[in-house]
Design a protein around this ligand. Structure first.
Ligand SMILES: Cc1cc2nc3c(=O)[nH]c(=O)nc-3n(C[C@H](O)[C@H](O)[C@H](O)COP(=O)(O)OP(=O)(O)OC[C@H]3O[C@@H](n4cnc5c(N)ncnc54)[C@H](O)[C@@H]3O)c2cc1C
Length: 384
């Protein structure tokens, strides 16, 4: 669609309405505003932004994470994170290597066949691995590898950056605005919120995380087949005198049975579960919290017994576990930006730029193409 920029005469219509105020919606809204789309508006169901998955992540940036199209977005995001940091005068990434650990023969095979070939990964001896995380018990450890250039991300700071940018470019944010109606109006769409307010927009972007298929259904469009999977995080108390340092790595079991990293004076742990759920406000299950403590305790000298707090969030994946962007021929202008799965933070800078270009029918930015980020790999049109 053209006709989005420089149409100041259509005073009551919005160039774009972005539905969902997590990192996906906020980042693409800022990119669209920066591209000159007129009167952009973002609608968020909750009283505050970032209340769902975006506020509940493990905040990591891991080169080589996920399937190839996601890895490409992670790599392409690095320079954009740096540019954003420069602009904001605040770093959104801080070094924290990832230590992959294998405790069974099968995990060792996975490490060698699937993890080591990824490139930015270096194999370590058992002694070296214990040197990197002294809490590990050496006897059950079979193999390990490290991703040196992994980082801790700052999801809320990043969200805040995109929000400020969107507002500075004239974007409007409406919270407590759950969208309950979505239909064609002229060449665009009419969006209705629960209080009966309606607005017209040339383009709509469904960036509602776990709820995106529901919004497609409101518009009478076929679902993508997104599945929200619950994942739990607990902040465990570290026993006095335990060998845990604030700059320890992010330690991940190769079989994705658990992960752990320092969080202030505590230890962030997860059982890495993937429990399919309906879209909603995920709550931690006591059993999953107990599993996380138990699995970490099994392979370390840490007797983890109590938690300060725990939460859960929904990681929402398309069937092929790759980001979904764009519109379908039968619903032109009704775009999605969903399926960020477990990578919505680490991919955000590049994914938002890609999505804005796809939505506006423009070429993928050259810096993304250098990392093999090509629109067709992410297009909704791949999903039949
Ligand atoms: C435990 C856990 C660990 C994670 N760790 C990492 C990590 O280390 N690194 C990483 O990169 N990613 C990680 N992720 C994934 C990352 O958090 C997500 O990919 C990302 O936050 C998804 O953002 P989103 O904006 O799509 O979804 P959300 O943040 O859920 O935002 C969707 C928004 O849409 C709104 N909405 C829904 N329906 C409507 C409606 N009808 N009208 C208006 N608004 C609506 C919702 O209220 C919500 O605010 C993790 C996730 C979890 C749960």
């Amino acid at each position: 669609m053209s006709g989005l920029r420089g149409q100041g005469d259509r005073a009551r219509s919005h160039g774009v309405a972005v539905l969902g105020g997590g990192i996906a919606g906020m980042s693409v809204a800022a990119e669209l505003a920066a591209s000159g789309v007129e009167r952009p508006v973002l609608l968020e169901a909750e009283p505050e932004l970032s209340r769902h998955t975006t506020g509940r992540s493990a905040a990591s940036y891991i080169p080589g994470h996920g399937p190839p199209p996601i890895r490409a977005l992670i790599a392409a995001s690095y320079d954009r994170f740096a540019a954003i940091a420069e602009d904001a005068g605040h770093p959104f990434l801080r070094p924290r290597p990832v230590l992959h650990v294998a405790h069974t023969a099968e995990e060792e095979r996975t490490l060698r066949e699937d993890v080591l070939p990824l490139g930015p990964v270096t194999e370590l001896t058992v002694d070296e691995a214990v040197g990197r995380w002294p809490a590990l018990r050496p006897e059950p450890l079979r193999a390990a590898a490290v991703v040196e250039d992994a980082m801790d991300a700052d999801p809320i700071g990043l969200h805040q950056y995109f929000r400020q940018r969107f507002r500075a470019l004239g974007g409007e944010i409406r919270t407590r605005a759950p969208v309950v109606g979505l239909g064609r109006a002229g060449s665009g769409y009419r969006v209705t919120t629960a209080d009966g307010t309606a607005l017209d927009a040339d383009l709509v972007v469904l960036a509602a995380g776990a709820w995106t298929d529901r919004l497609l259904a409101l518009a009478g469009a076929a679902p993508i087949g997104l599945t929200p999977y619950r994942r739990t995080i607990a902040i465990a108390r570290i026993p006095p005198g335990a060998p845990v340092r604030h700059d320890d790595p992010f330690v991940v079991s190769v079989a994705e049975r658990w992960y752990a990293k320092p969080e202030g004076q505590h230890l962030l742990v997860s059982p890495s579960e993937e429990t399919p759920q309906e879209p909603g406000d995920a709550r931690p299950d006591d059993l999953d919290v107990a599993l996380a403590l138990e699995r970490v305790a099994e392979v370390t000298t840490l007797a983890l017994r109590s938690v300060v707090t725990a939460w859960a969030g929904q990681r929402t994946f398309a069937p092929d576990r790759t980001l979904v962007v764009g519109d379908r021929p039968e619903h032109p202008g009704l775009h999605v930006f969903a399926g960020q799965g477990g990578s919505g933070i680490e991919t955000a800078p590049a994914a938002a730029a890609l999505a804005a270009a796809m939505i506006l029918g423009e070429q993928t930015p050259a810096d993304l193409r250098r990392h093999d980020v090509e629109a067709a790999r992410y297009s909704i049109r791949r999903i039949l």
